[in-house]
Design a binder for this molecule. Structure first.
Ligand code: ATP
Ligand code: ZN
Length: 603
């Protein structure tokens, strides 16, 4: 039942007479009450009685009493506000009307919202096209129009300088000249200087290419226009080209300035030529590059991780003809980057940035920034006043291996097996000439690994000797051999899969790429490239197997000899879970000394 409060008796009358609500007794009563309140009852009665209204006053009196009590003024027009009429709508035709009303309203609202959303989408899309012109009736001031670009003067906002980029001194040196030019183009060209229009920064992701481009703009104090190549990619033909045009129009107004196009391979790759609109975008970019003089004060810097797939048209003289390589930082660079991000953070006494830099080979600038950030978060969560070595180590391991799986329940046998496996790697590394020093061993599961032994090279390696390669093979075998030695050949697990994968790849590399097998000879056969003859392939396979088997045998002999050390280390790992390089040395050194004295005694 729905109760509706109406202060308008006319509506009640109308609705009753249109028979759109129930006609049960209660409703009839309300109808009559409304008739009385509006004085319409008199007309009604006159009609009913064919104009005979003799009985009217009496009847009226009676109805008035029933409808509104005995108030004399009740039927007076204008009193309805004082006496609002409550209409009771009973389930049935009345409620159906209400339902219809509500559903019609809802439908109307739904369609209006849909229409508005569609209109907004259309507006945004069309305006993104970079200006259909006022004839289209849509504003051209979009994120990509020259107007917006010129509003964007990041010279003030972009406070990056060369001080914020570490570990790529050579790249910085090469860009120094550009900074000098941008500071005062007139002076530079007066002295006969000639500059490239376009510079291509190449190198792996996260090495600071974007940062470097920003620093050039920051050093010279000129505006920096940033666009990612993918932003020029659009569904509609011509949109990308228009955006390129808008970008250069804006840049010309702000010269001297830097235009930076990140991931230029998104528009300039040879692999995308079949896509018509990408071709148009690339063409527009070439037109723009050719369209300004080298001394106009615009330097276009583009970045890519994949220079080899770039369309040669882009790298032709007069376009991106200067290439600057930004490499992953070496150990000194890593230390500088770590110091840069750590300098404003409180550090515990035990933090050794140099060691941390040594322990992060392969990390790029972005990884190192991330490492420091993660360690700071960890310190905050643990509520310590400063960042400690263990927090930095935690962050490093997390980046290398994924998150520690502390909640992971491991059976005691599995823990024991992991402890011997990792100790196997460590004991071999400790006793093999050419192996990297051990940095840490742990049996805390992390990512997909149940444990790990990490080694740190003493310095960055540019080339690796055969003896070092063989040592790596041996260390990789250490885990599996220890499992077999302690638990028996039947009990070995799949845990050594990645060790074997690594060892096999290494052996193949030695044989087919580094000329480290006499049988195969000094030949280079890159995987997947020219197919060697079947004869050579057979030899390579045989040599790979031989190297692996020999390593296996060497390690077996070594671990048998050092079995006591293996037990000691495994037990320590089971007890402490993680051992530092110092602890490992303390455990293993006495055994080594004992071996030496027995050897001397025997000799
Ligand atoms: N050499 C470096 N010195 C200082 N910080 C760096 C360096 N390299 C990277 N970073 C940090 O990593 C972040 C990401 O680097 P950036 O975006 O410049 O790398 P990129 O080479 O352009 O990567 P991508 O190729 O993925 O675009 C930077 O904002 C900065 O915090
Ligand atoms: Zn292993």
């Amino acid at each position: 039942m729905v109760l509706v409060l109406l202060s308008c008796p006319e509506a009640t009358i109308k609705r009753f007479e249109q028979r759109i609500h129930s006609t049960d007794a209660q409703c009839v009563a309300e109808y009559i009450r409304a008739l009385v309140l509006t004085n319409a009852i008199s007309d009604y009665l006159i009609d009913e009685y064919n104009g005979k209204s003799a009985t009217l006053p009496a009847l009226l009196e009676e109805l008035k009493k029933r409808a509104g009590g005995l108030d004399e003024n009740l039927a007076t027009p204008g009193m309805t506000d004082k006496y609002p009429l409550h209409v009771v709508m009973v389930e049935g035709r009345g409620s159906r009307f209400l339902k219809e009303l509500v559903s019609t309203c809802l439908l109307m609202i739904f369609f209006s919202v849909m229409w508005m959303a569609f209109a907004a989408f259309l507006r945004k899309y069309v305006s993104n096209m970079g200006g259909m012109g006022p004839s289209a009736g849509i504003s051209t001031s979009t994120a990509y129009s020259p107007k917006e670009y010129s509003k964007e003067t990041p010279a003030e906002k972009n406070s990056k300088t060369f001080k914020d980029v570490k570990g790529c001194d050579e790249a910085k040196e090469e860009l120094e000249e550009i900074v000098e030019y941008l500071k005062d183009p007139a002076k530079f060209t007066r002295l006969g200087g000639k500059l490239p229009k376009g510079i291509l920064l190449t190198g792996p992701p996260g090495t600071g290419k974007t940062l470097l481009a920003k620093a050039v703009a920051g050093e010279a104090g000129v505006p920096f226009f940033y666009r990612a190549g993918s932003e020029f990619e659009e569904m509609f033909v011509g949109v990308g080209a228009r955006r390129v045009r808008a970008l250069f129009q804006a840049a010309k107004k702000k010269a001297p300035c830097i235009v930076f196009i990140d991931e230029i391979d998104a528009v300039g790759s040879t692999r995308k030529q079949w896509e018509g609109h990408t071709k148009k975008t690339l063409h527009q970019l070439l037109v723009e590059m050719d369209g300004f003089e080298a001394n106009e004060g615009i330097i276009v810097i583009a970045a890519t991780n994949l220079p080899e797939i770039l369309d040669p048209a882009l790298t032709r003289p007069g376009r991106f003809d200067r290439h600057v390589v930004v490499t992953n930082p070496d150990v000194r660079g890593r230390q500088e980057i770590l110091e840069l991000y750590l300098h404003n953070k409180p550090l515990a006494e035990d933090v050794d940035v140099k060691l941390l830099a040594r322990g992060t080979p392969g990390f790029n600038g972005a990884d190192l920034a991330n490492l420091v950030n993660m360690a700071a978060l960890k310190a905050a969560v643990e509520g310590t006043d400063n960042i400690s070595n263990s927090q930095l180590e935690f962050a490093k391991d997390k980046i290398i291996m994924g998150t520690e799986r502390k909640s992971f329940v491991q059976s005691e046998e599995s823990r024991k097996l992991t402890a011997y496996h990792e100790s196997g790697h460590a004991v071999v590394a400790f006793n093999t000439i050419g192996a990297h020093p051990i940095h840490k061993a742990t049996i805390t599961p992390r990512g997909s690994a149940l444990g790990m032994v990490s080694q740190i090279p003493e310095k960055d390696e540019t080339s690796v000797s055969k003896i070092q390669m063989l040592a790596r093979l041996d260390v990789a075998m250490g885990g599996r051999v220890a499992e077999e030695l302690i638990f028996g050949a039947e009990q070995v697990t799949t845990g050594a899969r990645s060790d074997l994968q690594h060892a096999t790849a290494l052996a193949r590399h030695m044989v087919s790429e580094c000329g480290m097998s006499e049988d195969v000879g000094p030949i280079f056969i890159a995987v997947g490239e020219q197919r060697p003859s079947q004869d050579i392939q057979r030899k390579i396979d045989a040599e790979v197997v031989r190297l692996l088997k020999e390593a296996y045998e060497r390690v077996k002999a070594l671990l048998k000899k050092h079995e006591a050390a293996l037990h000691a280390l495994a037990n320590a790992l089971l007890e402490h879970e993680t051992l530092t390089s110092k602890q490992i040395h303390q455990i293993l050194s006495p055994f080594q000394q004992a071996d030496e004295t027995t050897a001397e005694a025997a000799g």
